[in-house]
Design a protein around this ligand. Structure first.
Ligand code: OOG
Ligand code: MG
Length: 256
């Protein structure tokens, strides 16, 4: 008998909880992006059932560099929970992950609800603050390889995030230079402009895409706009720091 969507959700949830790899669902059977989002919702329901709280969403594949790195060319989204939050300047343990990578992102903090078709101006008006951020992504699939429905089912590879200090949204954040360093050596250099030409477009896309799934952005939600550069693999002993023009820096260390 073939597996149900809930069976795949259970499989991916267990893989994420234990930091291990599973085969791609698309090796098993053909499935749609819609089914991918259904699996994601079922898998996150398991996390909420264990007491984790939804704190926002992450947008993915909003830059060319990211699309090229993983070979998927559609904007995607996933859910963030409180358990994924890494304290600024804190430590992450590799044992929690299968093959983690880190990427520089911009984060939004919402002050008003946002849902459906909205303009850039309407999206801006719903933002309380912006912050420099990094996302730790960890595909649960072998070799970090997946199709669009696969990655969507896997909560869009989401597994951790770290936020720097919040700044007023009146700061011009459309084209801020950023440098991501490992142990003081630059490994990625870019700009927030790589995120859909302007990161606010990622928030507009979030409002539209969530609405399709009966979800919406709420006051207090965090929204990660998507990686501005390709992601960098993590290894034990690394100190990762990203400095953003005007916004300051965000950092963490990696331990065994
Ligand atoms: C998919 C998630 C993409 C981003 O910021 O573009 C993403 C992946 O790269 O595994 O988080
Ligand atoms: Mg990301």
């Amino acid at each position: 008998m073939s597996k149900s969507l809930n069976d795949y959700a259970a499989l991916l949830d267990a893989a994420a909880a234990e930091g291990r790899e599973v085969p791609q669902i698309s090796n098993d059977r053909a499935f749609t992006v819609e089914e991918g989002y259904a699996i994601q919702a079922l898998s996150l329901a398991r996390r909420y059932g264990r007491g984790e709280k939804r704190v926002g969403v992450k947008m993915g594949l909003t830059s060319r560099a990211k699309m090229l790195q993983v070979g998927v060319e559609d904007v995607i989204w996933g859910r963030l929970t409180d358990a994924m939050r890494v304290e600024e300047g804190g430590r992450v343990s590799l044992s929690r992950y299968a093959h983690p990578r880190v990427e520089p992102e911009l984060a939004f903090l919402m002050k008003a609800p946002l849902a459906g078709e909205v303009s850039n101006v309407e999206a801006m008006a719903a933002v309380a603050a912006v912050a420099p951020a990094m996302e730790i992504i960890d595909s649960r699939y072998q070799n970090f390889k997946f199709t669009l429905p696969d990655v969507v089912a896997d909560n869009s590879s989401s597994s951790g995030f770290v936020l720097g200090n919040w700044a007023a949204p009146s700061i011009e954040f459309s084209n801020l230079g950023l440098v991501m360093e490992v142990d003081g050596r630059p490994v990625q250099v870019g700009s927030t402009a790589a995120i859909l030409g302007h990161p606010i477009r990622s928030l507009v896309a979030a409002a539209r895409m969530l609405a399709r799934w009966g979800e919406s952005l709420k006051p207090g939600d965090i929204v990660l706009a998507g990686g501005a550069t390709a992601a960098h693999p993590l290894a034990a002993g690394m100190h990762i720091r990203t400095e953003f023009q005007s916004l300051g820096a965000v950092s963490f260390s990696v331990v065994e």
